[in-house]
Design a protein around this ligand. Structure first.
Ligand SMILES: C[S@@+](CC[C@H](N)C(=O)[O-])C[C@H]1O[C@@H](n2cnc3c(N)ncnc32)[C@H](O)[C@@H]1O
Length: 376
């Protein structure tokens, strides 16, 4: 068994999982993802740490092709959060979901082809409810038949120091072990309580243009006067009845941040103090991303929000990486991946006016209201 393991991330998005694994000191050689704008963010935030993102359709790519792209001979671990396709008809077999037609099935296929000594699959808790639990049962049986000791848990990100009540199902598999261990919670006790929204974002100034705040990805969403009036009356920790906006409570972890898919953009939580929805930077903080993680201007803001909402919170990923390394007797090399983010090209290339114009052209829906951003 390799002491200095190398792995890859599948369905990588902007790479929240990779970030946590690199932070722990494990080498993630590459992330594979279909959406070019997510690969762009992946590369911006990981290439300087030695991890490269590639555009790949994982429903067709072979394990050998992925190794070749990553420039490695084998993968000791495979990690990833394959999207579960809830409405896929193609994935149904005799009224049940067919894992071979699902992206979860392609995760398994690639594990089968690459034969890593461990894997981590992250998903929504609802995975356990599909076909009355049979789908997950089949997934686990298939992975066991490949020689893995497999177990799953529904975990809470807040337990691992993420200021968010985000529940996720994690399936771990290890080879050559009788049991598989999950990381113990680090937070949620009297001595070490959950991190609150105010602890996570309270030091940030109110949102503004980059020229005003100097903070990346911290521009405001413009709301209509009517919406601002309604949000002003909304108490922390409550839901606005007309628009269904939830307002953060400063002393509690955030609500679950969601990504949406297709044209659907989920409502974002309202700041506990300011009468607007949270910015991309505030969302990233509530997912446990460091301020070094940047979304370059060329990535539309809706995409930025989506990538944040899709991510595995890096502190949670880090806890899993450390726990996996411990049971696999892998050594961690934190210093190797603690690289200097200032060596990257600038993320903010637009002027404030250009950024406003881009937002006005691209943002739509209730949150935009009647205010013309460009004229603000
Ligand atoms: C839940 S997100 C993963 C987020 C990632 N685990 C993180 O921590 O940032 C799932 C990703 O799978 C990608 N995806 C969907 N279909 C795909 C396919 N056929 N091949 C590769 N990636 C795909 C989506 O674009 C999305 O970014």
């Amino acid at each position: 068994m390799s002491k200095r393991p190398t792995g890859i991330e599948l369905f990588a998005g902007c790479g929240g999982l990779s970030t946590g694994f690199l932070d722990a000191g494990l080498n993630v050689a590459a992330g594979f993802e279909l959406e070019a704008r997510a690969v762009d963010a992946y590369n911006y935030n990981h290439a300087y740490r030695g991890s490269r993102g590639f555009i790949a359709d994982l429903s067709v790519a072979s394990g050998a092709e992925l190794l070749q792209l990553a420039g490695i001979k084998r993968a000791d671990f495979v990690i990833g959060g394959p999207p579960c396709q809830p409405f896929s008809i193609a994935g149904k077999r005799q009224g049940k979901r067919d894992i071979r037609a699902d992206l979860v099935g392609h995760f398994i296929r690639i594990v089968d082809e690459l034969k890593p000594s461990s894997f981590m699959l992250e998903n929504v808790p609802n995975l356990a409810a599909i076909s009355g639990g049979e789908f997950l049962h089949e997934v686990k049986a298939e992975l066991r038949s490949l020689g893995y000791t497999v177990d799953h848990r529904v975990v809470l990100a807040a337990d691992y120091g993420v200021p968010q009540n985000r529940k996720r199902l994690v399936l771990l598999g290890v080879k050559g072990k009788r049991t598989v261990r999950f990381p113990e919670p680090t937070h949620g006790t009297a001595e070490r309580p959950y991190l609150s929204a105010a602890e996570a974002i309270g030091d940030l100034p109110d949102a503004g243009e980059f020229g005003e705040t100097g903070i990346f990805n911290h521009e405001p969403t413009a709301h209509s006067d009517d919406m601002i009036e309604r949000l002003s009356a909304l108490k922390p920790g409550r839901r606005e009845r007309g628009s269904y906006h939830d307002r953060l409570h400063p002393e509690r972890p955030s609500y679950t941040l969601r990504a949406g898919s297709g044209n659907f953009s989920p409502l974002r939580p309202v700041h506990y103090k300011h009468h607007r929805v949270i910015t991309v930077r505030e969302s990233a903080r509530l997912q446990g991303f460091s301020d070094d993680f940047l979304w370059p201007d060329r990535i539309p803001r809706l995409q930025q929000y989506r990538q944040v909402g899709n991510a595995v919170p890096p502190p949670m990923a880090k806890a899993f990486a450390i726990c996996l390394a411990d049971q696999m007797a892998w050594s961690l090399a934190r210093e190797r991946f603690a690289c200097d983010p200032s060596t990257r090209p600038l993320a903010n290339i637009f002027t404030d006016d250009e950024r406003k114009a881009q937002r006005a052209a691209r943002m739509r829906g209730a949150s935009l209201g009647k205010v013309a951003l460009a004229a603000k």
